[in-house]
Design a protein around this ligand. Structure first.
Ligand code: NAD
Length: 349
């Protein structure tokens, strides 16, 4: 397994491996770029099939965090960490503390936060070994309105971004009667559904978990849709808020919506699917731009947490997306590609 010649290696500043025999920890931390500031990124715990799979993930995800922070207008770099193991079987206090010491060995260059397979309680355990843990709402921040859960900020950011996309694609400000299909109404999708409902939109929803759908039917008058059919609904906006890789050569031709704007990470199966969306005249809000509300919220955490400041920053997601859409139209390039170039101009400047 090589690092420097790995296909996902992209000028990463630092990649470190740690094995702790006593706790069984096997982990990798990758810091992609710190030109704008300390590298913030979640710690994913996953039963990777091989070390190479774990390395691929950490290299790719840490790079993504650099782009995300740059376009979110945060003075922050990109990093990520992975723990190789099954979070339900292999997680222990000793392992999390060993991970905390590993994070600490970066001396603050890398700041860890929760991700799939880890949670805020795990972060508190790591915080016994290192001060470099993000996403821990302290008591004062909670009193000032921070929930500790980034989903409300993510959902509000997606709502702001969806509005900007609708304005650009359909020339309309008012969301009354706008038809939106949401794939996945979990933490973010449910809150997005509420914002849309309050703005007068009509909703179609699907979820793996039937009670999540029923709640939206009951509370927002949403129409329940089969999981396989949600992409093909006759709506104005398709909003993927469940899993990644939903946009590919099979799903894109089925889309009737002219806007794709949702919270899910890595919505495109491959980067070139961006071009396929453009060719079909579908406006795609690049996922890492529209779903940056969570890291924006974490950036403002701390004793001086001010909800109004966070909300003002979240509104900027709309302006950034509009700039991306305008440039993409002018230059006849896909929006995802334009977003990447704009991010690079910020963090490489
Ligand atoms: P979540 O687990 O709370 O919700 C996801 C929902 O999708 C669940 O209700 C699940 O049952 C459902 N689901 C899974 N597979 C499905 C399928 N095939 N069809 C329909 N529904 C399906 O997760 P979340 O926190 O709401 O995050 C949603 C997405 O947004 C994820 O891709 C996540 O990575 C991304 N995201 C979340 C945040 C955040 O702050 N939570 C921030 C940035 C990005």
């Amino acid at each position: 397994m090589s690092v420097f010649s790995h296909p996902e290696f992209d000028q990463h500043e630092r990649v470190a491996f740690r094995h702790d025999a006593a706790s069984g920890l096997k982990a990798i931390i990758a810091v992609h770029n710190t030109r704008l500031g300390r590298a913030l990124g979640g710690c994913r715990m996953w039963p990777y099939g091989s070390d190479d799979e774990a390395l691929t993930d950490v290299l790719r995800l840490s790079r993504g965090m650099t782009y995300k922070a740059a376009l979110a207008g945060l003075p922050q770099g990109g990093g990520k960490s992975v723990i190789i193991g099954d979070p339900r079987r292999d997680k222990s206090e000793a392992l999390l503390r060993a991970m905390g010491r590993f994070v600490d060995s970066f001396g603050g260059v890398y700041v860890v936060a929760e991700d799939s397979g880890t949670n805020v309680a795990d972060m508190r355990v790591m915080a016994r070994e290192t001060a470099h843990v993000g996403g821990l709402a302290d008591k004062k921040a909670l009193a000032a309105g921070r929930s500790g859960d980034p989903s409300p900020a993510t959902a509000l950011g997606v709502f702001v971004g969806l509005r900007a996309a609708v304005r650009f694609a359909y020339g309309r400000e008012d969301l009354k009667g706008l038809r939106v299909a949401i794939q996945g109404v979990g933490n973010v999708g449910y809150r997005l559904a509420r914002h849309l409902y309050e703005a007068g939109a009509r909703l179609w929803v699907s979820d793996l978990h039937p009670p999540a759908v029923e709640r939206c039917v009951r509370e927002f008058g949403a129409t329940a849709v089969d999981m396989d059919e949600i992409v093909a609904q006759d709506v104005d906006v398709f909003s993927p808020c469940a899993l990644g890789a939903v946009l590919d050569e099979r799903s894109i031709p089925r889309l009737k919506a002219r806007v794709v704007a949702g919270a899910a990470n890595n919505q495109l199966l491959r980067p070139e699917h961006d071009g396929l969306l453009m060719a079909r005249g579908i406006l795609y809000a690049p996922d890492y731009v529209i779903n940056a509300g969570g890291i924006i919220d974490i950036y403002y955490e701390g004793p001086d947490y001010d909800r109004a400041k966070v909300e003002a920053h979240l509104q900027r997601i709309g302006a950034t997306l509009t700039e991306i859409f305008e440039r993409a139209r002018r230059e006849r390039r896909p929006t995802g590609e334009v977003a990447d170039r704009m991010a690079e101009a910020i963090f490489k400047a």
